[in-house]
Design a protein around this ligand. Structure first.
Ligand code: 5GP
Ligand code: MG
Length: 181
């Protein structure tokens, strides 16, 4: 494991099992319906791709959005800007927004409102990780992979300065990396 990483939080196997479980749940909930997965770039790329391939009984399309939160360092301000609009016309669609992690909930709350305002038939949220201790707003998240402690994590799509996204597992960033940044 790289020196900047303190420990593994979720192994590749744990992620694989949980993603398969979530996919089975989503499959059952949307069976026979068309589903538009909208992954939030770049962190949700791995989860979105793995979910999409695991859904067997649902007609799935994949789309992407990208947002940026104004704010300093790792704190979210709640002021969100959409850097990439989804390509799809969302009106009348069943949308499942796929996110890597939610801390304060501000980014997801904003995205949920944005997609609803486009006239989606339904919008639900799937997040791989959630840090309940950092929640500032209540967001109804239908599918949660793992509730985790309030630590900064990388891997399986999540980055630190664009690094570590391609790790197949999720690890906690070492404290000395925070201290120097
Ligand atoms: P929120 O708006 O919920 O406070 O912030 C959520 C966003 O912050 C996520 O979409 C993610 O991009 C980023 N973020 C929050 N926690 C982590 C983390 O532990 N690791 C990484 N790489 N990004 C995080
Ligand atoms: Mg994000």
């Amino acid at each position: 494991m790289p020196d900047e990483l303190a420990r593994t939080l979720l192994s590749e196997q744990q992620i694989r099992v949980r993603v398969a479980d979530m996919a089975a749940e989503i499959d059952a909930d949307y069976a026979g319906r068309d589903l538009l997965l909208i992954g939030v770039l770049k962190g949700a790329v791995m989860l979105t791709a793995d979910l999409a391939r695991a859904l067997e009984h649902t007609n799935v399309e994949m789309d992407w959005t990208s947002v940026s939160s104004y704010g300093s360092g790792s704190t979210t301000s709640g002021v969100v800007r959409m850097l990439k609009e989804p390509d799809s016309d969302i009106a009348g669609r069943h949308v499942l927004l796929v996110e890597d992690t939610t801390d304060s909930g501000l980014t997801l709350a904003w995205l949920l409102e944005n997609l609803r305002a486009r006239g989606a038939a339904s919008v639900e949220i799937c997040t791989l990780l959630r840090k309940p201790e950092l929640a500032l707003v209540e967001v109804a998240v239908r599918y949660v992979g793992f509730d985790i402690p309030p630590e900064f994590v990388v891997g399986y799509g999540l980055d630190y300065a664009q690094r570590y996204r391609t790790l197949p597992y999720i690890a906690v960033l070492a404290p000395h990396v925070y201290a120097t940044s």
